[in-house]
Design a protein around this ligand. Structure first.
Ligand SMILES: Nc1nc2c(ncn2[C@@H]2O[C@H](COP(=O)(O)OP(=O)(O)O)[C@@H](O)[C@H]2O)c(=O)[nH]1
Ligand SMILES: [Mg+2]
Length: 298
């Protein structure tokens, strides 16, 4: 029997906001580490997901969506996404099967064309279109750029995701096991907990409220022998009006956010959780360098 050399490397997942990058990462890992929502700005940081099997370890980087940026937080997010295209072994570029070809993607393709990193095109959300529409779409994309592969899939149902993983693990070079084989991310639990709370806010609030929110986990205490973790977290908003919305009538909104967050955090930590949420106004935190730094958005 011939031994195949072990392979490992970095793969960035990039694309416009909402195309399903974080959903895809979670599906690849079989576990939710990246929050998802039907809103731009859901992912603010670079998120590492580790996929290990007997022959390879692929380090996937989920990134904020690439879009025209205004404001410091937005600029930070776009920089994160663009820098994730440098120094990786493969770029996975995500588009939606429901979109027309062109427009917003040209800018990204132009950037990708300037390096010689292999690019795999993923046409996501195929569950939303008829099969007959796919072939012409693939042909149109193939004309625009020299993709290494074009893979239609559904990050939501999981259909086609194995094919993508199979393709990229053959494209990463020979290399060592960088992380222990049972490790799925390098993100601290506290960070993921904060993100899960932020996801519930993204899904439950509208207009500009979700974009003005940051969540900080203040305490995270395991109560020994009780299978209980006590968590206190502060939700920061930029305006008084947003605080009123998040607290809700008689505290109804914050209670709902707390209940839904707790359920998901309990599943994630595999423990009972006692969760307390606080809402604080920090005027214009999104334009404060210091505050952005404190939140790791730097
Ligand atoms: N129908 C369908 N919806 C999807 C699929 N992938 C993602 N979505 C939805 O698209 C929205 C944005 O997904 P998200 O992963 O947060 O996108 P991101 O901004 O690119 O990370 C969410 O509401 C997802 O549930 C898919 O394959 N099919
Ligand atoms: Mg995302």
């Amino acid at each position: 029997m011939s031994e195949q050399p072990f392979r490992s490397g970095f793969v960035s997942i990039i694309g416009r906001p909402n195309v399903g990058k974080s959903t895809l990462l979670n599906q690849i890992l079989g576990q939710k580490i990246a929050i998802t929502a039907n809103k731009p700005q859901t992912t603010r940081n670079r998120i590492l997901g580790i996929h290990t099997d007997e022959q390879a370890q692929v380090l996937f980087l989920d990134t904020p969506g690439i879009h025209k940026a205004t404001g410091k937080l937005n600029q930070y997010m776009v920089d994160q996404a663009l820098s994730a295209c440098r120094g990786v072994d493969v770029v996975v570029f995500l588009v939606e099967a429901t979109d027309r070809v062109g427009g917003g993607d040209d800018y990204i393709l132009e950037l990708l064309g300037q390096s010689d990193i292999p690019v795999v095109l993923v046409i996501n959300k195929v569950d939303l279109v008829e099969k007959e529409k796919l072939l012409p779409l693939i042909a149109q994309y193939a004309e625009r750029f020299d993709f290494k592969e074009i893979i239609p899939l559904s990050a939501f149902t999981g259909q086609g995701v194995d094919r993508l993983v199979g393709a990229v693990r053959n494209m990463v070079p020979e290399g060592p096991l960088y992380y222990p084989e049972d490790m799925v991310t390098d993100l601290p639990e506290r960070f993921i907990v904060g993100e899960m709370i932020r996801e519930k806010i993204l899904r439950k609030t509208h207009q500009e409220v979700p974009y003005g929110v940051a969540v900080q986990v203040d305490t995270f205490e395991e109560r020994p022998g009780k299978n209980l973790i006590a968590i206190q977290a502060t939700i920061f908003v930029g305006r008084d009006a947003h605080k009123r919305i998040l607290v809700g009538k008689g505290g109804s909104m914050i209670r709902l956010l707390g209940q839904e967050s707790r359920k998901e955090i309990e599943a994630f930590l595999d423990s009972r959780v006692f969760l307390e949420l606080f809402v604080k106004v920090k005027k214009n935190w999104m334009d404060s360098e210091r505050f952005l730094r404190e939140f790791g958005y730097e």
